[in-house]
Design a binder for this molecule. Structure first.
Ligand code: FRU
Length: 525
């Protein structure tokens, strides 16, 4: 309660200011405060049980993800007025394990005629901002102020572990508009230890379409080159004064850039409480050299490039990979200040329309996954894998090694598949086409094309030593597929029939299966 009052006290004078709005910004009195959400539970029949959703109302991008003093913070794009996009505000939740979230009062509210678009969070370990109180490090939130006119990048900070935020310099720009009006947003800010500087990366130019060129803004677009995106790198000593360091021009970049330093071929993640796939035998070269690291830049649609970064400039071989092949993974972000060397990413499962099925909330986050680089036949690639903490949700376990598919039906009928983490491994030459029916969601493997298929979306999974593997997480609102130890991942919104909690399998030959029934992350109501 106190936090809400403090937040409003800071922001309300600005809300009253005159100014254009990029969208209808609600009156403060119309905002639903977080305490008003508390009579909404987590037990609705389509409420995800191990994925984060806001207790009430809309969410989109994860924002401000940062670890500090035993807590993971997940801020998120939130509409405190309803189940559709709008009134962008930073919602907030904290967790000790990235699984069990406690939602807290809204963290940063619209002000000055603008709304709070996406951005990142970081710990100001060296007190470069000069705001630290006592021993508690300052948390900073770097975000875009979305105005009707040109957007700019601003900063808020918290001296009480994220419970309340103050706007730096009344929320004015720390990075002014770069000349692209609304097409520049979503700052990623992190501390670059090697150069002892803060780095901000910003998507600063939208691709200009032919329609744009013909439209009423044609004068403005006349002199712009044809369509490339651009990521602008800035550096700073104090989080307040930023200098342009370099531009990284690419066609593929669009919104919500993130930039992380990842070990290449960590030897099965033994050095940290990580979650490397159990058998890491099927990719080349496990050097385990944690000093062999590369930088990975990715955007909202999870296109990525891998390369070197010297504190100002990013150089790559220009090969573009894709971090998720499903239709519902967007605007992912990693935790800054990871406590154990892992890089964990969470995406917005865009298009999870729970509104249609009458839920009091809308949209959801993906399950958190680690990110690791591995050397493959096609060069260095990103691998993603569900965080190991999922094991704390395991309830009943069902394991079958090399069992004939024809003899599995009885054992499978014992399983209550409301929420599951299930893995399968088989030799497609032996099984032929496999079909795995999880609560009515049908995943198949096409042995000729060497790919899994769900909802018409292929997921490449060539055989490795004659076998293919798939791990699936099924919740009340999703199915996430991890092929071949996380070499290819697809995230899908899905609404399994609440009455159907069965698993079936068809195909020839034998398979190995491990199926874990999961507990909910939400406290029992
Ligand atoms: C991506 C995005 C961001 C923006 C935010 C607004 O989904 O469009 O670029 O900051 O959503 O909610």
């Amino acid at each position: 309660m106190k936090a809400i009052l403090v937040t409003f006290a800071v922001i309300s004078p600005l809300l009253a200011q005159e100014g254009p709005t990029s969208q209808k910004v609600s009156e403060e009195k119309d905002m639903q405060t977080f305490p008003s959400y508390l009579d909404t539970g987590y037990d609705q029949k389509h409420r995800p049980q191990f994925h984060f959703t806001s207790r009430k109302n809309w969410l989109n991008d994860p924002n401000g993800m940062v670890y500090y003093d035993g807590e993971y913070h997940l801020f998120f794009q939130h509409n405190p007025m309803g189940n559709k996009w709008g009134n962008m505000t930073w919602g907030h939740a904290v967790s000790k394990d990235m699984l069990r979230w406690e939602q807290l009062p809204h963290a940063i509210l619209p002000y000055g005629g603008g709304t709070i678009f996406s951005g990142t969070g970081a710990v100001d370990h060296n007190n470069t901002l000069g705001k630290q109180k006592g021993d508690v490090k300052t948390l900073i939130a770097s975000y875009t102020l979305a105005l009707k006119g040109p957007f700019y990048q601003a900063l808020a900070y918290s001296t009480d572990k994220g419970r309340t935020f103050e706007l730096l310099n009344e929320g004015k720009a720390v990075v002014p508009n770069q000349g692209i009006e609304r097409g520049e947003r979503d700052p990623k800010v992190f501390w670059h230890e090697a150069s002892k500087k803060w780095v901000m990366i910003l998507w600063v130019k939208k691709a200009i379409t032919d329609k744009d060129r013909r439209g009423r803004n044609k004068q403005r677009y006349k002199d712009m080159p044809n369509g490339p995106g651009k990521v602008r790198f800035f550096t700073s000593d104090n989080l307040t004064d930023w200098e342009v360091a370099s531009d990284f021009d690419r066609d593929w970049v669009f919104e919500c850039m993130d930039f992380v330093h990842l070990p290449v071929d960590p030897s099965s993640s033994k050095n940290y409480a990580g979650t490397s796939p159990s058998s890491s035998k099927n990719y080349a070269g496990t050097s385990g050299d944690l000093n062999n690291k590369k930088w990975l830049l990715f955007d909202a649609s999870f296109d990525y490039e891998i390369g070197e970064f010297d504190g100002t400039t990013f150089t790559t071989d220009k090969k573009v990979g894709l971090g998720d092949f499903g239709p519902n993974y967007y605007a992912a972000q990693t935790f800054n200040n990871s406590p154990d060397g892992r890089t964990v990413v969470i995406g917005w499962m865009r298009g999870s329309d729970f509104n249609k099925v009458g839920m009091p909330f809308n949209e959801q986050m993906s399950f958190p996954t680690t990110m690791e680089l591995r050397t493959t036949q096609d060069g260095i690639k990103l691998f993603r894998w569900p965080i190991q903490e999922i094991e704390s949700l395991y309830n009943r376990k069902h394991a079958f090694t090399n069992r004939p598919v024809a003899k599995l039906a009885d054992a499978l009928s014992e399983i209550d598949a409301d929420l599951i983490d299930a893995s399968i491994e088989f030799d497609p030459e032996e099984t032929g086409t496999i079909e795995w029916n999880l609560r009515g969601l049908k995943v198949s493997y096409d042995a000729d094309k060497q790919q899994f298929l769900y909802a018409g979306v292929p997921l490449a999974a060539p055989t490795v030593n004659g076998k293919v593997k798939l791990r699936v997480l099924v919740d009340r609102g999703s199915i996430e597929l991890f092929a071949n130890d996380g070499a290819a991942v697809a995230t899908h919104f899905a609404l399994p029939d609440p009455e159907n909690r069965s698993i079936r399998l068809s195909g020839n030959g034998s398979v190995s299966l491990v199926i874990n029934e999961l507990k909910s992350i939400w406290p029992q109501q």
